[in-house]
Design a protein around this ligand. Structure first.
Ligand SMILES: NC(=O)c1ccc[n+]([C@@H]2O[C@H](COP(=O)([O-])OP(=O)(O)OC[C@H]3O[C@@H](n4cnc5c(N)ncnc54)[C@H](O)[C@@H]3O)[C@@H](O)[C@H]2O)c1
Length: 348
């Protein structure tokens, strides 16, 4: 099956030109000959004009005008969470293939509706979940798929870094409600997706949140810390910890503990991945994974852009399964239920 342009470059429209967009633009521009950005959109002229000028393409303040263009095959949606659902629906209805930043939608039910709509219309709906394309996680997924850890007993994810500048910015919408720069929906969902991708569905969760920023900085309504623990249907325990007011560069730890081997990844460490084969093994680095402490996230976004474009060209499904992306949102919903219920166990 050939792609939407019969083998030519996929013509891309980008909707939303905020903080995350620069890495996506770099990713698509690196696919010269395979992809071409033909239009961009942002309601804010200050975000729109520099990018439209730099790329030499038309810029729109209304996404429906971009969607009306015949020379846009696929769109990249990089909008605040509450807009993912309506704008993805508009794009699919306009006949465009879509990739949308995580979370797929603000609710799991909305995510399922979008996936069903894409299937009904014969269009590709991908999720720009960059965790799927972090080199160390791809290598861990390979080890897990080959059974290297044996019976997995515990999986841990930690997201760390500082959003204090964003929380201090009065013009930023990110400090409001759980749909903003919130520890569970914005950050922990990365690892909820990773759990579903590598180990299968989450069975139950307990969650508590920390609200340092809401207490100390004006106007902040979102939680900046979260501890989410629970069980996976495969029998393992998991914990996902998030700290968005921790003063070090953005990074992640990911640990898989099995009865035959354990794997410890940390994006800021060199080497980033150590494998221990048994209780007496001090560990050996996974040689295939280079240290990328400054660029690991941008690299993963570029790989995600390439996967979306090549999925369209090759007529195959994108690497991120929307079933896993929907599950990630469902786990977040259960985690928020747990928070509201005082940290009690919730079934997912
Ligand atoms: N994968 C990651 O590591 C990562 C990192 C950051 C953000 N994200 C995700 O990317 C998405 C965007 O995040 P961000 O940090 O870039 O947000 P942002 O607030 O910096 O940017 C959003 C942009 O959308 C524009 N916008 C708002 N409403 C619009 C509309 N109706 N039509 C067109 N443009 C509109 C805003 O003007 C703004 O420029 C979110 O889903 C977020 O979760 C992912």
């Amino acid at each position: 099956m050939t792609g939407p342009t019969g083998g030519g470059a996929i013509r891309i429209g980008i909707i939303g030109l905020g903080r995350v967009s620069a890495d996506h633009v770099v990713g698509y521009r690196a696919l010269a000959g395979e992809a071409e950005i033909t239009a961009v959109c942002d309601t804010d002229p200050a975000a729109l004009l520099p990018v439209a000028t730099e790329l030499g393409v038309d810029g729109y303040r209304d996404h429906r005008e971009l969607l009306a263009r015949a020379d846009v095959d696929a769109v990249v949606v990089l909008l605040p969470h509450l807009l993912h659902g309506p704008v993805v629906r508009d794009a699919l209805t306009a006949g465009k293939h879509v990739t949308v930043e995580k979370p797929l939608a603000a609710t799991a039910a909305e995510g399922e509706q979008l996936a069903a709509l894409a299937t009904k219309l014969g269009l590709v709906l991908a999720v720009s979940e960059n965790s799927r394309f972090v080199e160390s996680y791809m290598q861990v997924a390979d080890l897990v798929a080959r059974g290297a850890p044996g019976m997995v007993r515990l999986v841990r994810g930690l997201i760390y870094g500082s959003a204090v500048d964003e929380y201090r910015d009065d013009t930023a919408p990110w400090k409001r409600q759980e749909h903003g720069f919130a520890a569970i929906l914005d950050a922990a969902t990365h690892f909820f997706y990773v759990l579903a991708w590598m180990f299968g569905p989450v069975a139950s969760v307990q969650a508590i949140t920390r609200n340092w920023a809401a207490t100390h900085l004006p106007g902040v309504e979102v939680e900046d810390g979260a501890l989410v623990t629970g069980t996976l249907h495969c029998g393992a325990f998991f914990s996902v910890e998030v700290g968005l007011t921790l003063e070090l560069p953005w990074g992640e730890r990911f640990e898989v503990y099995g009865d035959r081997a354990s794997i410890v990844c940390d994006q800021l460490r060199d080497p980033p991945v150590i494998v221990h084969r048994g209780a007496r093994d001090p560990g050996v680095p996974l040689a295939r994974v280079p240290a990328e402490p400054r660029t690991w996230r941008a690299s993963s976004m570029a790989r995600g852009a390439a996967d979306f474009v090549r999925a369209l060209q090759e007529g195959r499904a994108p690497a991120v399964d929307t079933v896993h992306a929907v599950h990630a949102v469902r786990v977040a919903e259960a985690a928020y239920r747990s928070v509201r219920a005082g940290g009690t166990m919730q079934t997912v």
